[in-house]
Design a protein around this ligand. Structure first.
Ligand SMILES: [Mg+2]
Length: 246
């Protein structure tokens, strides 16, 4: 019978190398703040044309405040930011005296602009290389659609809270990615900028996890330190090469 001690760490790594890389999107592969702001502005301009009563009494800030309220009140959709946006807008349109049916089209306008992302410069060349060796999947809590962005060619599949039924840090999205790729947790590594939603959450389903810290933010003192920290995707490539060399 094989004893556990018969396996060296090197052998176990060669038996089950990393095959799946899952990646967070916002603040990991692209900055999101200015894109979100722009998408909200584009949507508001559209609303000014189509929903004059709503835009006479609301501005971007009051729409934001209402969304926060809806997210708190409607716990069953709080994980799905697009559903929260649609519900909030539908209610406000109706309340103002515009057609609530405009919400759907207004959300489509927002989502289109939400995909006008510019990846960090280090991301496209490295993803292109990694996609030749690994299965790449995006796991985002946001509402960008990778297939409509400049990175679409590099991802084999993409998961969102509305597909998985829960947002990170819940295990659902990670488990679904493992199942879809047909790999065991130890064959997968997740890369993300959020200590709890990305790093700790991935580790809790048995995956490995790398923290991307582009802004030199201190790691939260109350959390166990990450296995590896990188500041860009060049460092990710080096980390992965190191793993293969072991
Ligand atoms: Mg993020």
């Amino acid at each position: 019978m094989t004893q556990l001690s018969d396996f060296s760490p090197w052998e176990s790594k060669s038996v089950s190398p990393l095959t799946l890389i899952t990646l967070d999107l916002d603040e990991t592969v692209w900055p999101s703040e200015s894109v979100l702001k722009k998408a909200e502005e584009v949507q508001f301009k559209w609303l000014q044309q189509r929903a004059p009563y709503l835009t006479a009494i609301h501005d971007l800030e009051s729409l934001r405040t209402h969304r926060r309220l809806i997210r708190e009140q409607y716990a069953e959709i709080a994980y799905d930011l697009t559903a929260v946006r649609a519900t909030s807008l539908r209610l406000l349109l109706e309340e103002a005296g515009d057609s609530p049916d405009l919400a759907e089209e207004a959300i489509a306008v927002f989502l289109e602009a939400r995909n006008w992302v510019t990846p960090y410069a280090d991301v496209p060349p490295i993803l292109e290389k990694l996609a030749r060796t690994y299965r790449l999947a995006s796991l985002t809590n946001g509402n960008a659609d990778v297939q409509c962005t400049p990175l679409k060619a590099h991802f084999h599949f993409s998961l969102t809270p509305s597909i998985a039924g829960a947002a990170k840090p819940a295990p659902d999205m990670f488990r679904q990615a493992l199942e879809q790729a047909g790999v065991e947790p130890h064959q997968a590594v997740h890369i993300g900028d959020h200590p709890e939603c990305d790093v700790i959450a991935a580790q809790q389903v048995g995956m490995r996890a790398v923290w991307i810290n582009r802004q030199e933010t201190p790691w939260p003192a109350d959390l166990p330190p990450p296995e590896a920290t990188i500041k860009d995707f060049y460092e990710l490539e080096r980390w992965l090469l190191q793993e293969i060399d072991i």
